[in-house]
Design a protein around this ligand. Sequence first.
Ligand SMILES: Cc1ncc(COP(=O)(O)O)c(C=O)c1O
Length: 366
Amino acid sequence: MKNGIESIFKPHLEPKEVYKGGKNIPASTKKIYKLSSNENPLGASPKALEGMKKAIDLIDIYPDQTDIRLREALANDFDNQLGADQFITGNSGSEIIDMILRAFINDGDEVIFSNPCFLPYSVFSRWYGAKQVDVRLLEPDYALDAEEILSAITAKTKIVFLTSPNNPTGTYIPKAVLEDFLERIPKNILVVFDEVYRHFADAEDYVTALPYVKQGYNILGLNSFSKTYGLAGQRIGYCYTTAKIANYLRLIHKPFLLPLTSIEAAIGALNDKLFVEKTVKTVREGRQYLSDSFAALGIKYWPSQANFFIIDPPLPEMEFTDKLMQEGIMVRPVSQFGAPGKVRITIGDQEANEALVNALKKIKAH
Ligand SMILES: Cc1ncc(COP(=O)(O)O)c(C=O)c1O
């Protein structure tokens, strides 16, 4: 009976699905290639590490009270097409998702997302009592069902999540689709455009939220330092949007939110153009190599604009994942992300990619 402390627990927080994130490499004497969490195959930006090391000596004092130094560095990284007041920073892209939901969602409001997608959209929105509306991507190509999203909108809809390139499918939203959608969506809804994998995209009609923020649409570009800059362990993210939305979000931005190590790491990473270039080159070359290899091996994969692929594994997904682990390769089944039976594989450096292909050959031969 719920007459104890449970009586004050929020009913919408009853455990259903909890987002745990990908596993770490288990203790092992053998070399393991971690291709399960879409991390940077080159490690972390050296300039970010330099910045962090300097920050360690100042760790006994509070960090910057506001994030203005980092926001100025971000504005500079965007060639001053946006002002520093249009950026909001936080302790990871995931934390920014939470911040947005906290700022906009009241009990009973609706959020729309499109499975297969990043699980925190649904898990975190439940924390605020949101009704979750899943308008699935259209199979077999995992295209956005923009028409169905527009028809699912009600007076209670507050936020629509779009992701491009999308996790876990690697697919993207073409420019014409996004533009038509933004023209037609009611003006009292915020579009959260998750573009944390944007640097890896090279399709001609790939777009970020930037031009639409500049044109004044109610859209927000969600970004992370975990991928391109190799700072997944430090937890840094940001978003940019119109000054009106950013100034509203800033009302819940806590003083001293970012550790000094994060501020210095992020500023260092933004100055490390060479590292970004090398990362993007490694991922795009690896993407070509792996798609050619999947095709040669007869493994069904979806063309990707990100630093990972989903595939239809040649064995049931858990058996396949276990077999690859025995070969020293860690990958991730993604039924939790709304793609039952599929497995997501991060693009590694050439050595890891070759190890993966050899392991796949061995599994296919049995
Ligand atoms: C689509 C998408 N959005 C946001 C994030 C959040 O990244 P982080 O919390 O590491 O900044 C991830 C991480 O994997 C992601 O795949």
